[in-house]
Design a protein around this ligand. Structure first.
Ligand code: MV4
Length: 498
């Protein structure tokens, strides 16, 4: 089947990202939007747009019926869910199918298996995928669980099967705490997820988070598109991602890739998916979970493989077999992504939403910006405060990092605080540049006094006024000086300070 029109059930940068690939394929696009996104770029970019409700996502982007109605009304054949919102919701996947539409994504059954950590581990075990030592069943008997914990060896981790993003995890240092911690974990999981199932794993103390991109088609072909290193995160929020990882050997890369393909096979996976692994200091890797969606950080994989993952998702949903095999895929160079959030890194990363008074994107060789904003727009309070993803590519890791620092310095955002100075801190840190870091990077090394001094808004205004004054004087005297640039005085002053 060839799609002629698809609906994008998402907002912001990812909605635009998807529409761009669709347009290149000659496919018409339908945006849905909440009342808060009336003036958004996703609405302007799409061929058609349908308002689906008030700003809160549970009254708009999370409403299955509204989205399906919009697709039927505009005669779209397929729906791309992006990430977040309904992207991993099996009920949505079923409703799409029932309506006679195609979901650009995996089957509801795949989502269901991988949505449960325990079901995912059980499926992976059948394929001999390495798992962190522990249980792959829900704990029901405290005495039996204590014995398992002793066998596994402390410290152990209690995890909620329905948990995610580190929610419902508890480290238990020794046996004397075990009973109480287990009880607390179960009641926390019950109230947070409506599912009290918990299991035990040995606690890996200094892990790296490495994930493998996979693609599967409807004909049983599955390939891996190498890894992304996502260890630099803050409270389970990824901050920096890169591909490839600087610590994998070709042998480990191949072994992990083949494991990831097996995990995908274990749930008959179709579409783009990501298999997450923990890696310990001895470079042993363990399957953690599988994300059944396109991920935020997918661009770094696109940059090193040359594959447009969104186009592949669409072709797969149309029923085409993958147009390449494993041996056709090669790593070319290195890519780094930083997430630019409207958060103040000097103030405990408090959200700092506002109006983008001035917004100038970096440009030049090897720079990609995926965003959904323009100068003058307000950052809505209702959604994730991510302004943009800044991605750089280089022949090697050093060039990618040097470009990232250059791009961060070119990026001018006035109107709210952003995580850009924090990202710069990471790029310059010895532990990051040497590749010697794990998931504790931020808590171990970052404190606000490491940030380069930033100009306050008043200082920026004063600088701009002064620059105007000097330029006027120069114009009168017929000279051209340092401030006579087209990009504007504010950005010139900001650049001079970083
Ligand atoms: C672990 C672990 C150590 N040992 N499992 C956190 C979120 C969830 N996806 C899995 N997580 C972890 N599981 C064992 N057996 C440490 C983490 C973890 C982590 C993992 C990936 C990226 C960042 C993290 C930050 C803290 C803890």
């Amino acid at each position: 089947m060839k799609f002629t029109k698809i609906l994008i059930a998402n907002r912001g940068e990812i909605a635009l990202r998807i529409m761009r690939s669709a347009r290149e394929m000659g496919i018409k696009t339908v945006a849905v939007y909440s009342e808060a996104d009336r003036n958004s770029l996703q609405v302007r970019y799409a061929d058609e747009a349908v308002c689906i409700g008030p700003p809160p996502s549970n009254q708009s982007y999370l409403l299955i019926d509204k989205i399906i109605d919009a697709a039927l009304k505009t005669v779209a054949q397929a729906i791309h869910p992006g990430y977040g919102f309904l992207s991993e919701n099996p009920a949505f996947a079923r409703a799409v199918k029932t309506a006679g539409l195609t979901l650009i994504g995996p089957s509801p059954e795949s989502m269901e298996v991988m949505g449960s950590k325990l079901a995912a581990k059980a499926a992976a075990r059948k394929y001999n995928i390495p798992l962190v030592p522990g249980t792959d069943y829900a704990i029901t008997d405290v005495d039996k669980a204590r014995l398992v914990a002793r066998e596994v060896g402390f410290p152990i981790l209690i995890k909620a099967s329905a948990g995610g993003g580190g929610k419902g995890m508890r480290i238990v240092e020794g046996e004397e705490q075990f009973d109480e911690m287990l009880q607390r974990a179960v009641s926390e999981a019950t109230s947070a997820f409506g599912d009290g199932s918990v299991f035990i794993e040995r606690y890996v103390g200094s892990p790296r988070h490495i994930e493998i991109q996979v693609l599967g088609d409807l004909h049983g072909n599955i390939v891996y598109l190498f890894e992304r290193e996502c260890s630099v995160q803050r409270r389970h929020q990824k901050v920096v991602e890169e591909a490839p990882s600087s610590i994998l050997t070709p042998e480990i890369r191949k072994a992990m890739g083949e494991c990831a393909v097996q995990v995908a096979r274990s749930c008959n996976y179709v579409g783009a998916g990501t298999v997450e692994f923990l890696m310990d200091e001895q470079l042993n890797f363990y399957f953690l979970e599988m994300n059944t969606r396109l991920q935020v950080e997918h661009p770094v994989t696109e940059m090193i493989t040359g594959v447009d993952l969104v186009k592949e998702q669409i072709r797969i949903a149309e029923g085409h077999p993958l147009s390449f095999g494993q041996d056709d895929l090669k790593i070319n160079g290195h890519a780094v992504e930083v997430r630019v959030y409207a958060e103040d890194p000097a103030n405990n990363f408090l959200p700092d939403i506002g109006k983008l008074v001035r917004y100038v994107r970096p440009q030049g060789p090897g720079v990609r910006v995926d965003d959904g904003f323009e100068e003058g727009m307000d950052i809505p309070i209702y959604y994730d405060p991510m302004i943009a993803k800044l991605i750089t590519w280089g022949e090697n890791r050093k060039e990618a990092i040097d470009r990232m620092i250059r791009a961060i310095d070119e990026y001018t955002i006035v109107g709210c605080e952003t995580t850009l100075p924090f990202c710069r801190f990471v790029m310059e840190h010895e532990a990051f540049t040497s590749g010697n870091f794990d998931t504790h990077f931020v808590s171990r090394y970052f404190s606000p006094d490491h940030l380069k001094p930033q100009l306050s808004e008043k200082e920026v205004s004063a600088a701009a006024l002064m620059a105007c004054h000097l330029q006027n004087q120069e114009n009168k005297s017929g000279r051209t000086g340092v401030f006579a640039k087209s990009s504007g005085q504010i950005s010139a002053w900001k650049l001079n300070r970083s």
